[in-house]
Write a protein that binds this ligand. Structure first.
Ligand code: ME8
Length: 660
């Protein structure tokens, strides 16, 4: 792989504020850039704003501003959003900038001189909303096939780009380069489009109709078609000029990836590639068309009022969680639905539970039992070797997938390790190792858990840069390097660890602001959500209570008080008729008759030695039959599988008296 990696997003129209869709493409570009940088590659990431054209002109008119005032204002929310999402592009290009306009004009002149741009009369159906001409047969019910809006018949002189001249070369290029258009299904779509005859592209608009655009250098009556202008941003930003480009341009072109939504694949694959051919440049290495987000099952639209403001998500969920969700929830290339419940479910399952629990358990046990420093590894057992194998496979799967733009699958691969880490804790039972004083093994087990946290912190970095670093800091890890990341031995022994606050606090219900927005925009949805939240909340509370009890090994005093412990005196004892392990007793507990109780202590005690012994029994356990004999309580004893000794009293006590 070449050292230079150049990735772009579409440049977004400044006819409105940025929304979730814009955030999606730009987050993806940022994640990939971060990954390549982590691997020491010379990555360059470009985004920007598309500031000419009909849509922007109309938006400015609506606000009563000059187009320039309007675009100067509206490019700011895009820049601000990228900062809020911790996205730091290397350059942000605006098509109204002089550096861009200069290149567009030079390209127009050059191609005009070379005959690839020519003037002709044009007649056709013009759609203002789609900003293009259509033929009679393109129309659907006499309307624009793209936007469904009315079209008007226009005859006028225009300038054309000789796109038809390069159509065969494009067909050949697609056939010879299987990775040029991805995913594959999109490539087939473009090939289908190219089966039809490819005409020339009308690239001018008379100033009388659209005064807002880059004027033609050789005909001041015309401005450049917004797409011809906008596509050139990918090369104007990095120093292309038809009369001589910069060294930077020569080093970076062709771009590694243009990330685009599926809506603008044709313009990129057909218009842009043929433009590049005409300029004597190589096409981009890969056009990656991703899918489309719907919102709570509906198309995102201003009229429905369901346009998602990314700032609301950032404020309510945190920018790392938003980045994680968008990258994890759908495969890059497929369509997907954004719903707040879906967000909460994934957030809780992946971040609060899987990763949050692993980190919290590993760090708090290390703090409690091992002095809060990275402990020493012990010799690998079979289970440890198996864990290392999972780590190797997870890291390998992550790298392969992220290199292929499969961010969701990469995260899935990382999560296989996080989940294996949680299972390792359950299997190795560090609390038992601690109880039994097996300090060396306890240290080894905890060390491996912390190592998994390090792998997660490192590989989470491109997706959740803040949380990755935060987890790294908790592990006493000053730098998280990707080289050799999967070896479960990379932490610094003796470094101080810090459990601190949970990385991703569990969400019990949707934040109030989100509930309000839902209620305002989609009342039915809000009701449905409220209902789902209530049931989920109940279920979750039960799970949380259970988990907390298990995790902390603490119970509330009231819970302890529910257990009825009584002093008892054994009055009869015999072998259990059907089980060698069990003895069967009659125990006096101050009731009108002794209780029948079975206990698994036959390995330690003979029945005849038991008569008269004072014991502690759990008196309110639900009675149950043990191998055919009713047991109406449990006798307390020390030991786990094997009984070591019965709990008795050092003084005579009254049978039936409470034990606290
Ligand atoms: O098309 N789901 O700009 P634009 C996913 N200026 N992605 C979405 C989305 C959704 N619902 N909605 C928008 C333009 N996007 C031109 C581009 S490039 C030389 C010129 C994303 O503001 C997606 O990347 O309409 C889509 O391609 C882009 O926003 C369209 O942004």
């Amino acid at each position: 792989m070449s050292d230079s990696f150049y990735i772009t997003t579409p440049i977004y129209y400044v006819n409105d504020k940025p929304h979730l869709g814009h955030a999606y493409t730009t987050i993806a570009a940022d994640v990939i850039t971060r990954w390549h940088r982590m691997n020491g590659r010379n990555a360059y990431f470009l985004t920007g704003t598309d500031e000419h054209g009909q849509k922007v002109f109309e938006a400015a008119e609506k606000r009563g501003l000059s187009p320039q005032q309007h675009v100067d204002e509206l490019c700011e929310p895009f820049k601000a959003l990228w900062t809020a999402l911790d996205i730091f592009p290397d350059d942000f290009i605006r098509t109204t900038e002089e550096r861009h306009q200069r290149v567009v004009k030079s390209v127009l002149s050059k191609l005009y001189e070379e005959g690839d741009i020519y003037a002709d009369d044009y007649e056709g159906w013009y759609s203002t909303s789609a900003e293009r001409f259509w033929t009679e047969k393109d129309l659907v019910d006499g309307k624009c096939p793209d936007t469904g809006t009315p079209v008007e018949w226009i005859k006028e002189k225009n300038y054309f780009f000789r796109m038809s001249k390069y159509a065969d070369r494009l067909r050949d290029h697609i056939a010879a380069n299987s990775d040029f258009i991805r995913p594959k299904s999109r490539k087939n779509e473009v090939l289908g489009y190219l089966k039809k005859e490819v005409g020339d592209l009308c690239i001018s608009r008379p100033k009388t109709r659209l005064p807002w655009g880059i004027p033609f250098p050789f005909d001041e009556e015309y401005v450049t078609y917004v797409w011809f202008d906008a596509l050139l941003n990918y090369i104007s930003a990095i120093g292309f000029h038809p009369d001589g480009s910069t060294d930077e341009f020569k080093a970076r072109w062709p771009a590694s990836y243009h990330l685009v939504g599926k809506d603008i694949l044709t313009t990129h694959s057909v218009y842009w590639s043929t433009m590049l051919f005409a300029m004597g440049l190589e096409p981009t290495q890969c056009l990656y068309a991703h899918g489309w987000w719907t919102i709570e099952g509906q198309k995102m639209s201003k009229s429905i009022g369901n346009v998602v403001d990314p700032h609301l998500l950032i404020d309510c969920y945190g920018n790392d969680a938003v980045r994680y969700f968008l990258m994890r929830e759908i495969l890059f290339g497929a369509d997907g639905d954004f719903s707040h419940m879906g967000f909460m479910t994934r957030y809780n399952a992946d971040l609060a539970n899987d990763l949050g629990n692993l980190a919290h358990r590993s760090l708090s046990m290390t703090t409690k039992w091992l002095g809060g420093v990275v402990p020493v590894l012990d010799k690998n057992t079979e289970a440890d070797d198996a864990l290392q194998a999972v780590a190797d496979a997870a890291v390998d799967g992550y790298a392969k997938n992220i290199e292929q733009m499969q961010m969701s699958t990469a995260l899935e691969s990382l999560w296989s390790l996080v989940q294996a880490g949680n299972k390792y804790i359950d299997d190795e039972e560090p609390w038992k190792l601690n109880r039994e004083g097996q300090t060396e093994r306890l240290a080894g087990v905890m060390r491996r858990c912390l190592e998994i946290c390090r792998v997660a912190a490192t590989l989470l970095g491109p997706f959740c840069p803040n949380k990755g670093l935060e987890l790294g800091a908790k592990l006493g890890c000053a730098s998280l390097t990707v080289e050799g990341v999967g070896a479960l031995s990379g932490l610094e022994e003796g470094a101080a660890v810090d459990a601190g606050e949970p990385l991703f606090p569990r969400m019990q219900e949707l934040p109030e602001r989100i509930q309000e927005v839902l209620a305002g925009a989609l009342p039915a949805k809000a009701e449905e959500v409220a209902e789902k939240v209530a049931t989920k909340k109940k279920k979750k509370e039960a799970v949380v209570a259970e988990e907390t009890a298990e995790e902390n090994q603490y119970i509330e005093f009231e819970d302890f008080m529910k257990v009825k412990l009584l002093a008892g005196r054994i009055v009869e004892a015999q072998k259990h008729p059907n089980a060698d392990r069990l003895l069967h007793f009659q125990v006096e507990v101050g009731e009108d008759r002794p209780r029948s109780i079975c206990a698994g202590i036959a390995n330690k005690y003979a029945p005849e030695d038991m008569i008269g012994k004072q014991v502690v029994i759990v008196a309110n356990l639900k009675p149950r039959k043990l191998r055919g004999v009713m047991s109406e309580g449990m006798m307390l004893a020390a030991g786990d599988a094997e009984i070591e000794g019965l709990v008795t009293f050092d003084q005579d006590v009254q049978p039936g008296g409470p034990v606290r």
